[in-house]
Write a protein of this length. Sequence first.
Length: 341
Amino acid sequence: MPPARKLRLVFAGTPAFAATALDALADAGHDIVLVLTRVDKPAGRGKALNESPVKQRARARGCALEQPRTLRDEALQARLRALDVDAMVVAAYGLILPPEVLAIPRHGCLNIHASLLPRWRGAAPIQRAIEAGDAETGITIMQMDAGLDTGAMLRVEREPIRPDDTGGSLHDRLALLGARAIVAALEQLAAGTLVATPQPADGVTYARKLERADACIDWTQPAQRIVDRIRAFNPVPGATTLLERLPEAPFKLWSARIPEEGGAAAPAPDGERRPVSAAPAPAPGTVLPAGNRLLVACGDGAVELTELQRPGCRRMKAADFLCGCRVAPGERFVAPAATEP
């Protein structure tokens, strides 16, 4: 259904999350006069240039497209001003919008941010929310300003984080939610009913950019923390660990859970957490006897690895993995730093 008033828009975004919003805006009937996306990057073993999902969708829809390396270029800014647009919609673009660009659209620049601001400002809000054990997250449509995700909130949509969510599954739901939210926000903008609310001063957290080092599992951490990290970094960048006797071959961990037996330490009547057994606790990272299951000792009990992958092989359920890769009780999984002399 066409919007109450068609708006002239510039759209700026790069990954699949943004491509979902671009499709929704075009389907809603808005006039997308220009799409901005990051320059093509080499990818894969052959280092062939890889087009962003937004570029692919823009070309498929016949949208005008530019791939500037910076938005500080005065000639580009002049072209943007000449377009006389109502708003710029930004979703995971990857380039800083300078004040000169923020001021160009008639109604400014609206950002689709995948968190409940001010929690998880920054580059990786989806993964950081799962990693932190948050019970919910959502989408904030934000009026962009010169700060890092500090602008006023225009629309907020909440989404529960399910116990089995991964970074990938939550990303896909939030992409759809963000697409619906920006279409609804623009309908309000066109009707003159969109209200800006300043972000609360309390509760600010920052979602650092994902680095490969973040995904290395520290087995001294509590079981729930480890399970949440494995979920958060599936599929990108993928949680990793090393088997102590194979320090050059990192394993990828795709899913895990806390086993009903041998899990986190039970709370004592006085509230203190004590080991389930009086026997000395195995060192964190130690593989525990469990038949065709793969239990690993951690900081407060054990984690059961349910799907993992060794280098050069496909992802496998733990039972299949153990048939091809003999990991004996008493062996240890370690973080990379633990293998250095």
